[in-house]
Write a protein that binds this ligand. Structure first.
Ligand code: F0G
Length: 458
């Protein structure tokens, strides 16, 4: 008999989670104004709101925390982290920040001006927010295949070269400060970009003298997919693949809460000394001194170890294949999900799941609420609510996809939890025709409304 797969780790510490009844959850979600961000975490059984900062650290990371150097300037923990980042990414300059959006804020304060155009592949919402906040425009150049959840394509995070070149030709080059390449592409379903595409995008950027930056939150998962799916990389180490990916860019912003395997942290790494120097000013203004940037010494220590662990094949195999395990169960039950299964999350296609709830009644939000009520599982809407209103017309923006994301925290849940989530979804899917009405918004913020928006049931 062939031996089955088993995780390359054992568990040293556990944390209790609370079960609840459907009746309790119906009451709690109403009290939370039907916004899942508003729920106390204790009222959630399996929390798939995000894979950001919710993972389990290893014994070696906890050990690194104990020997963190908390010096204000020039701490050993900073110097070690800078060396690790250089070794893993190849970028020469490094600035720590307290998380990913802080890295965006610092870097974009240097690079983005009013009226600028920043092309990319389905920019993450904070990235888009930081661009639009500066009265610039984010242009989505993701390949069309990404917007049909049932189309099979190994690299749905790819950038469409024609779309990108059209953007380059339609605007003065001086108005395009850089392009941002998100690996893996969260908004398109945790979908990777191929090395071939990264290389071609890089060549096109060079031709037009436009810098290429990575939004690298899940760069290690991207490298894993390259190794599994792209010819020529099947025997290459993850660290080598990562080095090659970054060699095609000018720099990166990083949310270390994902593939840094830490609960808090981020950074900027880049090659251009002049941009680095300008960024240090904003880092000091917004984040802290340039050798800590909002992070504790101990957190920088844990991040050094985390970056090393997350770029090992055995870790990535257990991580990405657990997500695939859940995805394959859902496919078996006929539940419509973004295919192929992404690296960090399952994306349920609400347009196919609950077509009888209208988009004006936020069908993906309605589905996310139902998943919480039925199973105590918390996911998040990635659809019209998240897309915000158009900054000019103030009309709702209806994105091509209405998704519910179930993000899987790293090294946190077992496959029994995955079975539980799958059963919850099967039960909802089997009774989906009973769903008729969604929700209406009664209160919302002007930008990034999804965090605080309040709904009423229709
Ligand atoms: N870029 C990507 C691709 C992200 O997914 C995130 C965060 C950020 C940037 C911002 O990083 O949270 O550290 O400030 N994504 C989280 C999520 C919030 O749930 O997907 P941050």
């Amino acid at each position: 008999m062939e031996l089955p797969y088993a995780e390359p780790y054992k568990i040293k510490m556990v944390e209790s989670i609370k079960r609840s009844t459907q009746e309790q959850r119906e009451k709690w979600i109403k009290q939370a104004d039907y916004n899942l961000f508003n729920l106390d975490a204790e009222k959630v059984f399996i929390d798939c709101l995000t894979d950001s900062g919710t993972g389990a650290m290893s014994d070696k990371q906890w050990a690194a925390m104990m020997v963190g150097d908390e010096s204000y300037a020039g701490s050993r923990s900073f110097l070690e982290l800078r060396e690790t980042v250089n070794k893993i990414t190849g970028f020469d300059y490094f600035l720590p920040t307290h998380q990913g959006r802080a890295a965006e804020n610092v870097l974009f304060s240097v690079l983005v001006k009013e009226g600028d155009i920043v092309p990319g592949n389905s920019h993450f919402d904070t990235t888009k927010g930081h661009i639009e906040f500066r009265k610039a425009t984010a242009v989505d150049c993701t390949i069309d295949e990404a917007f049909d959840t049932s189309v099979q394509h190994p690299f749905k995070g790819n950038i469409d070269l024609k779309k990108l070149e059209n953007v380059f030709n339609a605007h003065p080059i001086a108005k395009i400060p850089f392009i941002i390449f998100t690996i893996t592409c969260n908004s398109a379903g945790g979908q990777p970009a191929s090395m071939k595409n990264i290389k071609e995008v890089s060549a096109l950027c060079k031709k037009y003298h436009i810098p290429l930056y990575f939004d690298a939150a899940r760069f290690a998962e991207n490298a894993y997919f390259i190794r599994k799916r792209e010819v020529g990389y099947e025997d290459m180490s993850i660290k080598k693949i990562v080095k090659e990916m970054f060699s095609y860019g000018d720099g990166m912003t990083m949310s270390a809460k994902k593939d840094g395997l830490v609960n808090m942290g981020g950074f900027i790494a880049l090659n251009d000394e002049s941009i680095f120097k300008q960024a240090t000013v904003f880092n000091i203004m917004f984040e802290g001194f340039i050798t800590y940037g909002g992070m504790n010494g101990r957190d920088m220590g844990a991040l050094s170890v985390g970056l090393d662990e997350s770029t090992e094949f055995n870790y990535l195999e257990s991580r990405v294949e657990q997500v695939a395990y859940l995805g394959n169960k859902l496919l078996e039950y006929g539940v419509p999900v973004q295919q192929p299964i992404g690296g960090h999350a399952i994306f349920l296609d609400a347009n196919k799941f609950v077509p009888n709830i209208s988009r004006e009644e936020y069908r993906a939000q309605a589905l996310a609420i139902e998943i919480y009520v039925v199973g105590g599982v918390r996911g998040v809407e990635i659809g019209t609510v998240l897309a915000d209103r158009d900054p000019v017309t103030r009309e709702n923006r209806y994105p091509a996809l209405e998704l519910v994301r179930l993000a899987i925290p790293r090294r946190t849940y077992t496959n029994n939890h995955m079975d539980f989530i799958a059963a919850t979804l099967k039960n909802i899917y089997d009774t989906r025709n009973q769903a008729k009405h969604g929700y209406t918004i009664v209160d919302e913020a002007a930008i990034m409304r999804h965090f605080t928006v309040k709904f009423e049931k229709i």
